[in-house]
Design a protein around this ligand. Structure first.
Ligand code: AR6
Length: 179
């Protein structure tokens, strides 16, 4: 566990659908109608009520976030956000990925949610380089904590051991830097 200001930051290896948190973040697509990867896993674990709510929302622009309940998952809500498809790093990908994390945190605050779990958005099918994506994810979360002084616990849930170790390294470096 890491501590950043008043917030706990955890790096966890595993399946995000099992997390007992106020909100699990989904790496969705613009339609919000489901897909593969973490999106597929969340819809499977949560059941059809999530898709029903997503249909009513009617989509989500890249970098923004929307919220539904979490159906049968142990979490209370799902925050659906859409990361960018990585092309060459010159198509605004950095800002869009940053916004996906930041806007998810903003929505959590609006709903008074205190604990949140993020997957490594855009690093699967959307092909974002993992190191850069981890740096952006942790920066967006820490910037949000700096500016809003809100959130008790942020869990970064990584599927692969490689990505788990990468996040540990990133936070070790960042939090040592700040001390
Ligand atoms: N728990 C935690 N992480 C997971 C899980 C899980 N259950 N399953 C996969 N990951 P991806 P993207 C990791 O492809 O790149 C969907 O079809 C995975 O190892 O899920 O943002 C959507 O509908 C990877 O590191 O999301 C979109 O069309 C990370 O989650 C598109 O994929 C993200 O991989 C979004 O692509």
């Amino acid at each position: 566990m890491y501590v950043y200001k008043k917030a706990k930051l955890n790096i966890i290896q595993g399946d995000i659908t099992k997390m007992e948190v106020d909100a699990v973040v989904n790496a969705a697509n613009n339609t919000l109608l489901g897909g593969g990867g973490v999106d597929g896993a969340i819809h499977r674990a949560g059941g059809p009520t999530i898709l029903e709510q997503c249909k009513k929302i009617g989509g989500c622009p890249t970098g923004e976030a929307r919220i539904t309940t979490a159906g049968n998952m142990p979490s209370k809500y799902v925050i659906h956000t859409v990361g960018p498809v990585y092309k060459d790093g010159r198509k605004g990908e950095t800002k869009l990925l940053y916004n996906a994390y930041y806007n998810s945190m903003k929505l959590a605050k609006e709903y008074n949610l205190k604990t949140i779990a993020f997957p490594a958005i855009s690093t699967g099918v959307y092909n974002y380089p993992k190191l850069e994506a981890g740096q952006i994810a942790t920066k967006a979360v820490m910037d949000f904590i700096d500016k809003e002084d809100y959130i008790e616990e942020v869990n970064f849930v990584l599927f692969s051991e490689d990505n788990y170790l990468l996040y540990k390294k990133i936070l070790d470096e960042k939090l040592n830097e700040l001390e």
